[in-house]
Design a protein around this ligand. Structure first.
Ligand code: COA
Ligand code: MG
Length: 318
């Protein structure tokens, strides 16, 4: 299994690390993953201040309900990445590094080597620091062509993120509401991540975030991404978090179906039946596996699976 095998990142919220107000706000948000940003939301003259803000913030436990505390550094080769990594790599609260503009496996080799050398060396009080995982941003044609090598570059890699704006710039194409121009790249990203057992596949940013239109657009995009195989979405504003986290969690009906299958399957196994039926449909090993994965994901999303099990405790195989 890959790094961070239990992590759920339905929403990944970028928080500009140069904004004290937004940094403070992040600790009050119930979001799976916060990615404190040192890259494109921070102007060049604010980079030192942003790094210092993060050093202070991540030295102690971060507040709120975030499951994964991430930092997006500047791109490897930008001349800024080394200082970014040096600032945050030894921070006790750090879980994940988001590496932007990953173009080839060598970018990840460099980052993983740096982490391996500095993460242990920097533990201030000598206590063991938790392991750090990596999320790679895929935002160029070159990265799409090199996905196989990128996915196998380091065991620290726990997921891929597709970024539409830089990708559109690289290919000189224009983003349209249908997103069809990204179909090949997005499918390639989720397929490669699945093939290499990477836990997270995080979809493009929805740039609309205000009012009813913003909500509708975000919902549409989440469903579109889920349909392609993504299991999370990048967010830029707190208003987008709930929409993403609801969409990428198992729905009520799906969970009910899965729980009924697991309960009936336990009974069927005791009766020595490998294949049986529920609601007139044949159930066998692959269906049970799917149900099991769905229930595990629901539990990781803090959904009350125990309550559902109690409700369906009398379910029998047909
Ligand atoms: N993280 C944490 N808090 C945020 C936030 C974010 N990404 N975006 C907004 N907020 C906070 C605001 O500070 C404000 O807090 P308050 O209730 O204490 O006043 C509240 O949420 C409502 O924000 P709002 O006034 O609607 O938005 P804004 O005009 O302040 O900010 C953006 C709009 C787009 C500038 C801002 O959301 C942002 O910078 N997002 C991140 C952009 C980014 O990271 N881009 C790079 C990655 S693609
Ligand atoms: Mg980008």
């Amino acid at each position: 299994m890959s790094a961070s095998s239990n992590i759920v990142r339905r929403a990944l919220l970028y928080v500009p690390a140069s904004s004290p107000k937004m940094l403070a706000k992040s600790s009050s948000l119930a979001v799976d993953c916060v990615a404190f940003d040192l890259e494109d939301s921070v102007t060049i003259d604010k980079k030192p201040e942003a790094r210092a803000n993060l050093q202070r913030l991540l030295a102690k436990p971060v507040g709120g309900n975030m499951k994964d505390c991430a930092v997006r550094i500047n791109a490897i080769g930008s001349g800024l990445a080394e200082e970014d990594l040096a600032a945050v790599c030894g921070a006790p609260s750090l879980d994940t590094l988001v590496i932007p503009k990953v173009n080839s496996a060598s970018d990840l080799h460099w980052a993983a080597d740096f982490i391996q050398q500095h993460r242990t060396a920097n533990s201030a009080d000598g206590s063991a620091l938790k392991p750090v995982t990596i999320l790679a941003l895929i935002e160029s044609a070159r990265a799409i062509v090199d996905l196989q090598q990128i996915c196998t570059a380091t065991p620290l890699l726990s997921g891929l993120i597709f970024a539409a704006e830089d990708f559109a710039q690289d290919l000189s194409l224009t983003r349209t509401p249908s997103l069809t121009e990204f179909l090949y790249a997005r499918s390639a990203v989720v397929t490669a991540a699945r093939a290499h057992n990477l836990r997270s596949t995080i979809d493009l940013v929805c740039t609309d975030f205000r009012g009813d239109d913003g909500t509708r657009k975000m919902q549409e995009e989440c469903l579109n991404g889920k349909g392609l195989g993504f299991n999370g979405k990048q967010c830029i504003h707190p208003s987008q978090i709930d929409i993403a986290q609801r969409c990428f969690a198992p729905g009520e009906e799906e969970l009910e179906w899965a729980v009924r299958i697991l309960i009936a399957d336990e009974k069927a196994t005791k009766m020595g039946k490998g294949a049986w039926a529920l609601d007139g449909k044949m159930i066998d090993v692959p269906v049970v596996k799917k149900a099991k994965a769905l229930v595990e994901r629901a539990a990781a999303c803090d959904i009350d699976v125990g309550g559902k099990r109690k409700q369906w405790g009398t379910q029998e195989p047909e």
